[in-house]
Every structure is written in C-alpha cells, then in structure tokens.
Ligand binder design. Sequence first.
Ligand SMILES: [Zn+2]
Length: 466
Amino acid sequence: MSLLIRGGEIITADSRFIGDLLCEGETISHIGEHLTPPNEQTTVIDARGKYVFPGFVDPHVHAYLPFCGTQTKDTYTTASRAALLGGTTCFIDFISPERYGNLDEALKRWHEKSRGQSACDYAFHMTVTHFDEAIEKQLRRIVREEGITSFKVYLAYKGSNGIEDADLFQTLRLARELNVLVTAHCENETLVDQLQKQLLAQGKTGPEWHYHSRPPCVEADGVHHLMTFAELTGAHVYVVHTTCAEALHELTAARERGVHAWGETCPQYLLLDQTYAERPHFEGAKYVLSPPLRAKHNQEILWRALSQGELHTVATDHAPTDFATQKAMGRNDFTRITNGVPGIQDRINLLYTYGVERGLLDLHRLVELAATQPARLFGLYPAKGTIQVGSDADLVVYDPNYPSVISAKTHAMNVDYNAYEGMPLKGRADTVTVRGKVVVQAGCFVGDFTHGHYLARQNTQIEIPR
Ligand SMILES: [Zn+2]
C-alpha cells in the first residue's frame, strides 16, 4: 500500500515548504520534490493550494466516561469518526476506575469499549483516586507493561474521584520514580463544596450560578496546591484546562522557580465566556463545565500565553452529554447538571479560523500546540506529532479556503447540541490519513472502525527549559 501526496505546503512545528510526501506501508518513506509513484496501485493525492499538517493529537478526551449514574454520549466509533473529520488522528482518553476500584479491571473495561471500534489511534491516561500498596503495584505494572505513561488526578471532586493530599503526595513520588507525567484537574474542592451549598441555600439554582461556585481564585488555589506537591516530589505535572489569568499566574510562577510543569487550555476557554452559561431558559446548561467559562478578558491572556509558550498544548476535554436529557437532570439544581462540552471535531478548525486567521497564532504554533507538543509530552513522538521520514503516515491535507458554519445538525459527534453553534469556519480537513490509509476524503469519512490501534506509549520526551 503506497500513497503519494503531491504539491502541498508541508507545515511542521519548525519548517514550512512545498513538496511531496511518499508513504509506504504505515509510515512516511520519502519527503522531497517531484516524487514519482512507486507502482500503479499508488494512491495519488493532489494537495496543491492546501496545507499538509501532521495528524493532530488530542491529549484530553473523554470518549467513554461513566459518571453521576450516566455516561458521555460518544462511543469510540462516533468519537473517532468525529475526531478524524476534524483532523485529529490520535487521542488520549482517561481510564476512570471507581473509587477504591481495581485499576487492572478498569483498564480491561476501557479496552473492551475501544478495541476494534475506533477508526483512529488512541491511548489511555490512568486516573488515580487513592493510593495504597495494591494500587502502587498495579500502577507499576500498568506503566511498564501497558505503556500508560501518564496519570490523572482530580484535586476537585473529593469523595468521588478526587484524591486526598497524602495519596497525592505518594502518587507524585511514584510518578517521579517512574518518570511518568501527572495530569491534574486543579480546583479547591472544599471551597467548591462550601460555595455550592451557600448558593443553593440562597435559592440560586440555575446554570448561571455554576461559575460562582468555582471562581478563578478557586482554580488558582488548586494549581498552587499541585505545584507545592510537584516542587517537593520533583514530579512532572501537567495542568489540564487552564482557564484564567489567576491560574496561569500560579503555573508560570511555579515554572520560574523550577517546577516541572506544563499547561493546557481548550478552545472553549479561548472562544466562549461566562455569559454563555447565563443564557435564559436553562440554555446556559449547555455551557456548564468545570472549571467554568470565564470573563471575556481572559481569552486574550490565554491566546497570548499560547503564542509565547507559557501554555503548551490545546486539547478539547471533549465530554459530550445531551442537553435534552442529561444536562436536564440539573434543571432545579446546577450542581446536578452534567459537566462538559463536546469539541473533538472542532478543535483544529477553531484554532485555524480564530487563531491563525486572526493573527493570534502562526501555523507552526498551531502544529506545535495541537500535535507536536502533545505527542512529545505524552510519549508518542516522533511516530506521531510531526512529519519526517519514519513517522507514522498520519497526515491532514487542510483546505484553508473552505467556508462552513458549525452546527449540531451537521456535526458527527453523538450529542444533541454544539457549544459553537452558528460560528463560521474558514478551513477544513479535506483528506486525512491514519498510518497510510485514507480515512477522510473530500471532507467525508471513508475510514473503518477496525483500523484504530491502542498505542502503548513511552515516557515524556521534553525537558523543561530553564
Ligand atoms: Zn476532562
């Protein structure tokens, strides 16, 4: 099986040139000019006038997540199809064991939900909700034998999947020893709990009050807390979904004093704001997620942090639940609204249209934030995240002149609303390949759901700049 992509403008994190790419088998075999197809069966794709990006990597996705007696709407089938249509060829999901549950059993469940059902490649983070001897043994095995080289901890949600401080310390100590990156949801849960109770007691039950139960200082306090633990243990930590100036300040301050820390943000925090959750007739529930959408002035700060390297990745935190049935469970109590927004399909188009086209990011930074850095941080580079000889032939031929409008009526995600409904887009993934196989053609899905592989990962491949 060979594939020749001709005449596109090839964009990586640090180079840009017009050329041809020849892919043989599952990898890129030649990069050059005027390459000829090796045989008559070679698929030839004309990429003139288009960009050729490495397949994008989304390091924060909930394709399958049971919670609050319900679960996210997508399956690996629907999530992988939506990912590919949006130019994402690989994502990392979070295994979420029950509190005090066995990690091996949870891992087995995630394999059952995904194996043979994904059109794109995928990997897992392992959530750690508590720590004891049995968990330590399981974690050591999972890192060594399963290639799960990142953990997830929740400083929020104590009593469900949140982690206590002593267990957090032990988890980071082990992560340091195993050279595993620890991703963390940072909010001070005690404060969230107190604020929620106070608001509900005052009869403030609508979705617009969600923000007030988790203000920026509560997030910043969570980041500060994590950084203290990272500093003491020397562990490498990764703050998921950074939303505001206050949290960013804590992250930056920690990095400046030598803490091994990286930061992620998501399109929703770059493009939507607090007022969306204030929409009348409960529509605000569509925009309830944690941490919440922030005041608009934070957007400019986050975009600048991305372009200047203070934040390191853009992921989606894709967590689709239906508005009509699941979000509606919180109609009389905002604390019962299912958290999260869908986004796996829209990340790259949004970053291109509202980042690159507005001059807030250049094309290299787009690739770096959404492909190369996630691949390096999470041990997938250079098979994923870049275009070079020997890398997996995961490629996106991107048409920068294809106008469309985002709508739940046309999106491929299995959820009844889109947080970006009505927003115009300027480009789209025209052709997408996964390990040399064309899975999107002229913007239409043509893949199959047995092609996606589970990826055992290596350790983080980035040293923190001093
Ligand atoms: Zn998440």
